[in-house]
Design a protein around this ligand. Structure first.
Ligand SMILES: Cc1cc2nc3c(=O)[nH]c(=O)nc-3n(C[C@H](O)[C@H](O)[C@H](O)COP(=O)(O)OP(=O)(O)OC[C@H]3O[C@@H](n4cnc5c(N)ncnc54)[C@H](O)[C@@H]3O)c2cc1C
Length: 299
């Protein structure tokens, strides 16, 4: 095996890079600081036939207890920078969305306020087609740059295959940069809107817990009579239900929290219990919203 690019770590713990704080180590781990470093790492992984895993803020990610057999990348340096360019912002794929929203407000640009409540990165949000309070990523994205072992190419949003909580990005395709097309607005008004959105979120969802946010997608079937995944879980008696150290939140049943020493196996077993209860009560099959890294369902 050829030596990995410099700065690549072995057996690197991943739990602390996720908001649920569970899971094992990556065989290889690196933080590329620019596109050249990122491309070099992807080329090395391709030569060595290593699978690629990507971590943004780890806010929608469940890492297998056994860890990840491959190379995990977390963007850094220039790839987390945010720049004001014309009537828009250009950010690295690793920039955090709340910071993008706050930066836009600071320079008097509106359109990305919904990002204040999504605790993930631009790349994670593009892959997951994240949205909140009616704000749509596709509406403000002008382009994204996608980097793979073969190089970097620019794609407009209509080539990203956006659907509910999904895009068409391949597993080793990394969102390295994005441009948001925004519009001028009074900075004080944009900041006030950010404050309102934060308050609304605080009232609706638990805060200060170890969680990856919504666990299941909202089902789109007549049998639910418009009920969300959280409402179905609550009606099926899942609020407060525990397996090991994992619990469905008392405040919002679609949130799983790590109460202290949960493992990924606890979280997955609790999720399967929720799926079974909703299936038995309503005949509806809940689908995972959380992304899995390593081990898939047998974590
Ligand atoms: C408290 C809380 C509230 C939340 N509220 C919302 C909400 O309102 N709306 C919403 O949509 N989501 C919400 N989420 C979920 C989560 O924040 C989003 O899905 C977010 O977009 C994930 O971004 P991330 O950087 O954390 O990605 P991660 O969790 O690190 O990864 C998620 C997926 O994206 C991939 N990925 C990460 N970085 C890149 C990259 N640079 N290029 C390509 N792929 C990449 C990963 O491999 C993985 O498949 C919430 C989560 C929490 C914890």
């Amino acid at each position: 095996m050829s030596a990995p690019p410099s700065g690549t770590a072995r057996d690197y713990p991943l739990a602390r890079l996720t908001t649920i704080r569970t899971g094992g180590p990556a065989d290889y781990f690196a933080r590329p600081g620019d596109v050249d470093q990122l491309e070099a790492l992807l080329r090395w992984a391709e030569e060595e036939r290593l699978v690629i895993g990507l971590i943004g803020s780890g806010s929608n990610l469940l890492v297998a207890d056994a860890g990840f057999r491959g190379l995990v990348l977390k963007l850094d340096g220039e790839l987390v920078a945010i720049k004001h360019v014309g009537e828009g912002l250009v950010s690295g794929g690793g920039a955090r969305l709340p910071k993008v929203a706050a930066t836009a407000a600071g320079v008097g640009l509106a359109g990305i306020e919904f990002g204040v409540n999504i605790p993930g990165t631009v790349g994670g949000a593009v892959r997951m087609n994240a949205n909140a309070y009616g704000g749509e990523l596709a509406c403000v994205l002008e382009w994204v740059e996608v980097t793979g072992a073969g190089g970097t190419e620019r794609r407009p949003p209509d080539q990203l295959g956006f659907a509910y909580r999904q895009s068409n990005l391949g597993p080793a395709e990394v969102v390295s940069r994005a441009r948001f097309a925004l519009h001028p607005a009074d900075p004080a008004a944009v900041k006030a809107l950010l404050g309102d959105l934060r308050d609304r979120r605080r009232a609706a969802q638990p805060s200060g817990i170890k969680t990856f946010g919504s666990t299941f997608k909202n089902p789109d079937v007549a049998a639910t009579e418009g009920r969300t995944a959280g409402q179905l879980l609550e009606a099926a008696g899942c609020k407060g239900l525990m397996v090991g150290g994992a619990r469905f939140s008392e405040k919002h049943a679609n949130f799983v929290e790590n109460t202290g020493a949960a493992s990924t196996a606890d979280v997955l077993a609790l999720m399967e219990l929720g799926v079974a209860r909703v299936r038995d009560a309503f005949g509806v099959e809940l689908e995972y919203e959380v992304a899995l890294l390593g081990g898939e369902r047998s974590a």
